[in-house]
Design a protein around this ligand. Structure first.
Ligand SMILES: Cc1cc2nc3c(=O)[nH]c(=O)nc-3n(C[C@H](O)[C@H](O)[C@H](O)COP(=O)(O)OP(=O)(O)OC[C@H]3O[C@@H](n4cnc5c(N)ncnc54)[C@H](O)[C@@H]3O)c2cc1C
Length: 459
């Protein structure tokens, strides 16, 4: 009789409460990951993310083997088949208890409910979040809809009870039928090898950031040419590292400064809390991850959705250098700097007048760190349709954003070599030439159209 640890977006062995609990309570432990490639196809998950996931599963399998635990990777095709695959697996391996971490998105909650109904054995769902969406509520018991009071409350809760990082369990004698098989390919892939998947490498990335760059975070984080942020989003999205580990390391390096929201370390903690906030919103208002706006009245906006403009945006040929360099960064590397995500998202909705859902989908199809809740939250923020939405009349000017955050064009020239030789104003507003497009829209005119679109439905 064995226990089973069901891995999902928590592909690590350190600070893994479900794994540690299973190992403490049972002599024999197996592990499983249920691949759902059809589900990934439906959501348009990026080829680079698939490669990253496959590598992460192989790394986890190695790590678990060293603990005497076999990881079986099963192709279940789709969420809807998961309960029956899990049922058969448990019968075959004489499993008596299943341990997994709670997930908070609506499809995942339904999948787990179906499993719990159909399995004849207990499914123990353990909370692995930094702050469970159930543990943070306003004084009236309702969920938060605004980030700043939410983050204040989170700090109070974390300060009162600093979350503990759970140790890796001790190794067990390996089971007899536990040969390791590499994770199969499951769809088109793009090389992700510059992103580490081994736990110790990811931890090293965290240590380096906290020791060397966290103290300059506020000063550097908005400048895409600098290495000012942690680049841990891909690892956090697959759970190669937990937000508890991030918080613990940050506190070790920066001490009590982390509780001051205006300090560098406190600002980084704030970013981790944005991640929590969007989970909180997606759990309490599940319509947002089902294609609906948080501000429901904005669903009536008649976005013109020009296909040619959308294609120009995707391909990085809008004639606005900061937008184009950012979109090419996404296409080439599968990642985009946060400031640029804000600029490009605002540009798509408020300059090109394209529905934010198109942009949300395009990001999912390209990002290595795609995360439903954070991506949705970021898009709805930029489109002024979300919780903490930027007011609809606050519209980024793509030219001045470029001048402000990439004045000398160090970032722009990395991705738009055709602009080499241009300086100052011309770098951000290039003169007509054969090798770079003229702006596809006029920002001032576009701005007025956006104001009219929002005003019409508000009125
Ligand atoms: C339109 C748009 C789409 C986005 N899509 C995603 C997405 O799919 N996946 C994703 O992880 N983040 C997303 N973000 C948030 C943010 O851009 C990235 O998390 C960040 O750029 C990752 O870089 P980093 O790891 O160096 O971040 P750091 O600045 O080092 O921040 C540390 C961690 O905090 C979290 N974080 C930081 N900023 C945010 C934020 N604004 N919202 C939520 N979490 C945050 C991330 O997990 C990040 O790794 C999106 C933002 C916007 C505006």
């Amino acid at each position: 009789m064995s226990a089973l640890v069901w891995f999902r977006n928590d592909l690590r062995s350190l600070d893994h409460p479900a794994l540690t609990t299973a190992c403490t309570d049972h002599q024999q432990v197996r592990a499983v990951y249920l691949l759902c490639p059809q589900q990934l196809d439906e959501h348009g998950i990026a080829p680079i993310r698939r490669h990253f996931l496959r590598r992460a599963l192989n790394a986890l399998s190695e790590q678990l083997a060293a603990l005497g635990i076999a990881l079986d990777i099963i192709n279940a095709e789709h969420f809807k088949h998961v309960p029956s695959y899990l049922h058969d697996y448990c019968q075959e391996h004489d499993i008596r208890d299943i341990y997994a971490h709670k997930e908070w998105l609506v499809d995942e909650i339904q999948r787990d409910a179906h499993c719990a109904e159909q399995l004849a054995i207990p499914l123990h769902l353990i909370d692995d979040s930094l702050l469970s969406p159930l543990s943070i509520a306003k004084a009236d018991g309702l969920p938060y809809k605004v980030f700043t009071p939410f983050s204040r409350r989170c700090r109070d809760v974390l300060m009162a009870q600093f979350p503990r990082v759970v140790r890796r369990p001790a190794a067990k004698p390996a089971l007899e039928n536990s040969a390791r098989t590499p994770c199969p390919h499951f769809g088109e892939e793009k090389d992700s090898s510059t992103w580490p998947v081994q736990e110790d490498e990811v931890l090293q990335q965290l240590r380096e950031f906290c020791a060397e760059r966290a103290s300059d975070y506020q000063q550097h984080r908005d400048f895409p040419a600098l290495d000012g942020t942690s680049r841990l989003s891909a690892a956090l999205a697959l759970g190669l590292i937990s937000p508890r580990q991030c918080l613990a390391r940050l506190q070790q390096e920066c001490g009590d400064a982390i509780w001051d929201a205006k300090s560098d370390a406190g600002t980084w903690l704030n970013e981790l809390l944005w991640r929590e906030f969007y989970r909180h919103v997606a759990y309490h208002f599940p319509r947002v991850v089902k294609g609906q706006a948080f501000q429901t009245y904005t669903d009536a906006i008649p976005w013109p959705n020009g296909h040619a403009l959308f294609n120009a945006w995707c391909e990085g040929r809008t004639g606005y250098p900061i937008v184009d360099a950012a979109m090419r960064q996404l296409k080439e590397t599968g990642w985009m700097h946060n400031r640029l995500r804000m600029i490009t998202a605002s540009f798509l909705c408020k300059d090109l007048h394209i529905d934010w859902r198109w942009g949300e989908r395009h990001f999912l199809e390209n990002l290595i760190d795609a995360d439903f809740a954070s991506n949705n939250g970021g898009w709805q923020w930029a489109a002024s349709t979300g919780t903490d939405a930027a007011p609809y009349f606050r519209i980024f000017n793509p030219t001045t954003q470029g001048q402000r955050f990439d004045a000398d064009g160090d970032f722009i020239l990395r991705y738009l070599p055709e602009l080499k030789g241009l300086q100052g104003k011309y770098l951000h507003q290039p003169p007509a030439s054969d090798n770079y497009p003229q702006p596809v829209v006029d920002h001032k005119t576009s701005r007025n159209i956006t104001l009219a679109l929002f005003k019409e439905i508000r009125d």
